[in-house]
Design a binder for this molecule. Structure first.
Ligand code: GLC
Ligand code: CA
Length: 512
């Protein structure tokens, strides 16, 4: 386990929308380098950069055409090496995004694999034996290649599935995961990882990590065996490199070698019940909405068993949101966001802040889709730095931007919020500073629920020697403390008298 993860607070950067330095309307690596001091000022000490590799960008870069080459629109490989260097000078670790399940349909491996003549890459992807023979139960394409066969897709049409084999095999074209061609796919991924790690990258966020071996068993044990093997490689060759999965099943992901797994907002799961539970009748049931319709037990009944089963193996990562989910601002106001982030940044595990969430950027409704974004596009608009043209994102004409900036008159900006002591941005800074200075808030520090009752507030938990209390509701709430304590940090009105804690509406505190 890389020790630095214990203190890490990540910042996720969607590179095309962060900062454009050459006026072409698209964010670039130079822009990230320019804003590293901002990342530091935010209290973040680690980055996850969404795919920045050569790509036709039909899925925003998750369709990789060349894993070892930076997309020219972002800069050069040298720029990325310089980014690693400049980040390291500031104590910032950098994760790249590894997409192991599929490539772009324009990747050289796939162009070879499509050929009628057999070659080194014929079995790099999943193919049936005839253009008329489809793939049961999974998306596939036929009739597009000289090769007589249909190929499997892993996500969009532009993303053919790499071949790691099938655990349960019912067709003669399905290979076992230990066939040489499948092993070669895995070795090719290791080669890509070594390439970037040798250049100074500090690890990977792994896209669709559970999607490798097809027709796997319930526990994804064949896919898991691949990750165990990759983790062994890292432990031997790059023990400080971090491996974080998009799996959304921390119990399995951590068992198979990931250091952390994201707690994603899948419908009805614990994260969903905290901030996005607005699809059932009776209003918004999210715990972190001030209406007070939420129930902390719905979160805890999902999270606690996962936490208990994984606490010795690694971390569960809370996110403010990511490039695939609506921004929390869609349903939460600034007052609610403060309490929500306070909770995410004090729970165990390694937290991630998505660029722009620290100032409460909006989810832009009704925006035209871009690069396969569809409903996700509203979460991917340019970072709002200041009140100059294009909110300081780019000097390009507004109609040449990657995506339009939030057109609202009150679109939040970094410059405005830096000046306002009570802004969301300054609240986030205070929280990251607290998190990084308190041993009790480290990723692996003890966590225990002290007070949580169905439909009641506050939610009180222990981290090391600290007690944390969260009252997102707009009503006063109180709790009994185990002993006399002092406030180390508060949001809203918090009173302590002897051993009772009185929490004003929408309040949060850390007690010592
Ligand atoms: C992951 C990424 C998403 C991408 C998909 C296919 O879910 O987060 O953005 O579209 O995988 O690679
Ligand atoms: Ca640019």
């Amino acid at each position: 386990m890389p020790a630095w993860l214990k203190d890490a607070v990540f910042y996720e950067i969607y590179p095309q929308s962060f900062k454009d330095t050459n006026g072409d309307g698209i964010g670039d690596l130079e822009g990230i380098i320019e804003k590293l001091n901002y990342v530091t000022s935010l209290g973040c000490n680690a980055l996850w950069i969404n795919p920045c590799f050569d790509s036709p960008f039909k899925d925003a870069g998750y369709d990789v055409r060349d894993y070892k080459k930076v997309a020219p629109r972002y800069g050069t490989n040298e720029d990325l090496y310089r980014l690693f260097d400049e980040a390291h000078k500031r104590g910032i670790h950098v994760l790249l995004d590894l997409v192991p399940g599929h490539t772009s349909e324009e990747h050289e491996w796939f162009l070879e694999s499509k050929k009628a003549e057999r070659n080194q890459y014929s079995d790099r992807y999943v193919w049936t034996k005839s253009a008329f023979q489809g793939i049961g139960g999974r998306p596939y394409i036929g009739g597009e290649a000289d090769r007589d066969g249909c190929y499997m897709l892993n996500f969009f049409k532009c993303q053919p599935a790499l071949n790691y084999g099938f655990l349960k095999r019912t067709e003669d074209w399905q290979m076992a995961p230990d066939e040489p061609a499948c092993i070669e796919t895995k070795e090719a991924m290791k080669d890509i990882m070594r390439f970037w790690l040798d250049k100074g990258c500090d690890g990977f966020r792994v896209d669709m990590a559970d999607s490798l071996v097809k027709e796997d068993d319930e526990n994804k044990s064949a896919t898991g065996a691949i990750w165990k093997n990759i983790r062994e490689m890292l432990d031997n060759e790059y023990p400080e490199a971090a491996l974080i999965s998009e799996w959304s099943n921390p119990v399995l992901a951590l068992k198979y070698g990931f250091h952390a797994d994201f707690y994603l907002d899948h419908h009805g799961n614990g994260y969903n019940t905290l901030i996005r539970d607005n699809e059932t009748p009776g209003g918004d049931h999210s715990f972190l909405k001030k209406d007070g319709n939420g129930d902390i037990m719905r979160f805890l009944s999902d999270y606690l068993p996962k936490y208990d089963k994984t606490r010795n193996d690694g971390y569960i990562s809370f996110i403010t949101c990511n490039h695939d989910t609506p921004r929390a601002r869609r349903t939460l106001g600034f007052d609610e966001l403060k309490i929500a982030y306070a909770m995410f940044l004090t729970l165990p595990g390694v937290p991630f802040i998505y660029y722009g969430d620290e100032i409460g950027m909006r989810y832009i409704e009704d925006i035209h889709t871009k690069e396969g974004g569809y409903a996700r596009t509203g979460t991917r608009t340019p970072m709002q730095w200041d009140n100059s043209a294009n909110k300081g994102f780019s000097t390009a004409p507004a109609d040449k931007l990657y995506l339009p900036v939030d057109p609202a008159d009150d679109a939040p900006t970094v410059a405005d919020q830096e000046k306002d002591p009570s802004s969301l941005l300054n609240t986030v800074k205070a929280l990251t500073a607290l998190r990084r200075s308190e041993p009790g808030l480290k990723a692996d520090a003890e966590f225990e629920v002290i007070y949580a009752e169905k439909d009641e507030f506050p939610f009180v938990f222990k981290r090391g020697d600290l007690i944390i209390s969260v009252n997102p509701s707009d009503k006063k709430a109180s709790a009994t403390l185990p002993r006399k304590m002092e406030k180390a940090y508060e949001i809203g009105n918090v009173q302590i008298s002897d051993a009772s804690l009185i929490m004003g509406p929408q309040s949060f505190c850390v007690l010592r």
